[in-house]
Design a protein around this ligand. Structure first.
Ligand code: NAP
Length: 547
């Protein structure tokens, strides 16, 4: 319990809080926030809806789920001991490897005692008189705190199947983001997968190994780049550990915070033969290296972008034997205006006799029937249907919770026309509230962005405590500037075209959600500089006060 004094009617009263800080979520963000705030001497409580740590990785435990970031940068950098002692098994860790890592972190630093699982927070309300937040659980228990940290995640609120008739289905159906802990047996089953984004791309080749037949319903094709995962051997693990300083330096300089050196070349500098060779090398090295290690201007130069897209189409046509299926898998929009999935033998799966592609671009799904999925023209029968429909991403976690700041204003209302923040971490009208993986933070490898944001608000809280300030609040002008900056940054790229193809990073994937710039597209490297400069300039645009 902590006690702070406040003025009321010229009388000094003491207001006790249950905790100095409350964190929602025990994924990458929540764990890191807890570590930092506890180190500063604050009493901290983490509430988590799941039964254990992991966040996104706890819920999305579907077969084939793995990161598409290399293990050695999809982790925390704050502890040298932690880096030295943890051995990654794979280049791109599977969901259970990520969960094992996070469980190790919380146990190693004795953090579980600050966590309450199976507890969903339903509201967070700011009290202007006491300057405290009250968080209430779904079970109705209320807790007060000075600092409220939302680490509720950016891929948290699932896009639920919008199809009528789901209840009538006689088989079993699953949502990838609420995948059961018990194994699902596909052996001999007819399986339908609805969706063809990153999630579906990962699950299809695995399910196809045992199912009698798998049909994947594709509305929009994606540019799937090959993951080329491999298990790490001892020598590779040792080399990673010996090079961590250089790895983090590279991550902080890279546009997407990946452990990949900048290629320092643009498309125009090369002839067509050299360009093919460079694309081929990126394709072969695997993962986002096709995107980040080839040319620096893929998202800004239309010619470079068109060539990157055409190269993938050629690969699809070369891999997929049935020409009709290959053509349906070929996207015809600019590369990366939808987030490219990383696949592991995705296109190859279409050469199996037991895999078919159902094109629902012109023949949409009309309903779910007792037997399966009915499009406008045909009924497809299944024993199992898997929905991989994506998320009300980035803003959904907070707009679906009752979060109210000054004057009772809700986040949902504040963000009606799109998110409004300062640095993607804080906002006017919501004092002492900080977000991790919130809107308007970089579209990038998430753990390094989380660590930078935690350092920013940790330093701000320390400044408030040192100076005796009870309120930390972004100014409306700073929020205006940052929000306008998001659009300016997007406009320097081709990525704004993503609205036309329902891109989730622009909020264009959910019917009724107003498209807006959900991310900072200026590069993680520049975002890190913005945070450093903000700290160096004593948090310009943020008011520290006792008012
Ligand atoms: P997503 O990319 O939003 O894909 C959702 C899919 O559902 C799309 O193919 C979409 O089609 C389809 N869909 C939605 N409504 C439909 C309808 N009425 N009829 C037919 N199809 C419909 O979601 P996701 O695959 O879950 O991936 C979201 C993000 O999560 C990824 O971009 C990535 O950032 C992250 N993720 C990461 C990993 C990893 O680290 N390896 C793995 C999985 C996910 P349209 O395209 O036509 O809208």
């Amino acid at each position: 319990m902590s006690i702070h004094s406040t003025q009321e009617s010229e009388k000094q009263i003491e207001v006790a809080t249950d905790f100095d800080a409350i964190v929602i979520g025990a994924g990458f963000g929540g764990i890191r926030a807890l570590y930092e705030l506890r180190k500063m001497g604050l009493s901290v409580k983490v509430f988590e809806a799941a039964t254990d740590v992991g966040g996104t990785w706890y819920w999305n435990r579907y077969p084939g789920a793995r990161t598409d970031t290399e293990a050695w940068a999809y982790c925390y950098s704050f502890s040298k001991e932690l880096l030295d002692e943890w051995d990654w098994a794979d280049r791109m860790p599977t969901w259970d490897q990520v969960l094992a890592y996070l469980a190790h972190v919380v146990d190693r630093f004795d953090m579980r005692k600050h966590m309450e699982f199976s507890t969903r927070i339903k509201s967070a309300i700011y009290n202007e008189a006491t300057k405290k937040w009250t968080l209430t659980t779904e079970a109705g228990k209320a807790y007060t705190c000075n600092y409220f940290i939302s680490a509720a995640g950016l891929l948290t609120v699932a896009y639920e199947p919008p199809f009528k008739g789901l209840d009538s289905f006689k088989g079993k159906w699953y949502l990838t983001s609420r995948w059961p802990k018990e194994p699902v047996d596909f052996k001999g089953k007819r399986v339908g997968i609805v969706g063809s984004g990153s999630t579906a791309v990962q699950i299809l080749p695995i399910v196809a190994q045992t199912a009698a037949h798998v049909s994947i319903f594709q509305r929009t094709p994606n540019y799937v780049v090959p993951g080329r995962n491999f298990p790490l051997d001892d020598a590779q693990r040792q080399s990673i550990k010996a090079n961590y300083d250089a790895i983090w330096e590279t991550v902080h300089k890279q546009v997407f915070a990946f452990p990949i050196e900048r290629p320092h070349r643009t498309f125009d500098q090369f002839n067509s033969e050299e360009r093919e060779r460079i694309f081929e090398a990126g394709w072969e090295t695997g993962g986002f290296r096709y995107f980040f290690e080839t040319f620096e201007d893929i998202t800004t130069n239309e010619e470079a972008n068109a060539a990157a897209g055409e190269f993938v189409r050629k690969k699809i046509r070369a891999i997929v034997k049935d020409p009709k299926t290959a053509e349906l898998l070929c996207p015809n929009y600019p590369f990366a205006i939808k987030r490219p999935p990383v696949g592991n033998f995705y296109y190859e799966a279409f050469n199996r006799d037991n895999v078919s592609l159902v094109d629902v671009s012109k023949d949409p799904i009309r309903e779910i029937t007792p037997k399966g999925v009915r499009t406008e023209t045909e009924e497809h029968e299944f024993d199992i249907i898997i929905f991989a429909l994506g998320f009300d991403a980035v803003t959904g976690a907070l707009t679906n919770m009752d979060v109210r700041g000054k004057g009772g204003e809700t986040v949902k209302n504040k963000w009606e026309a799109g998110p409004r923040t300062h640095l993607g971490i804080t906002m006017d009208g919501f004092p002492n509230m900080f977000m991790l993986s919130g809107p308007q933070t970089p579209f990038a490898n998430i753990p390094p962005v989380i660590e930078a944001a935690v350092t920013w608000f940790g330093t701000a809280i320390q400044r408030a405590r040192d100076g005796g300030y009870t309120s930390i609040e972004a100014t409306p002008a700073a929020v205006d500037t940052w929000t306008n900056h998001m659009q300016e940054l997007l406009d320097t790229t081709l990525l704004g075209k993503g609205v036309d193809v329902g891109s989730w990073y622009l909020g264009a994937n959910i019917p009724g959600k107003k498209p807006s710039v959900l991310f900072y597209f200026g590069g993680a490297n520049n975002y890190f500089k913005e945070l450093d400069e903000s700290i160096a300039h004593e948090f310009k645009g943020v008011a520290f006060s006792n008012a």
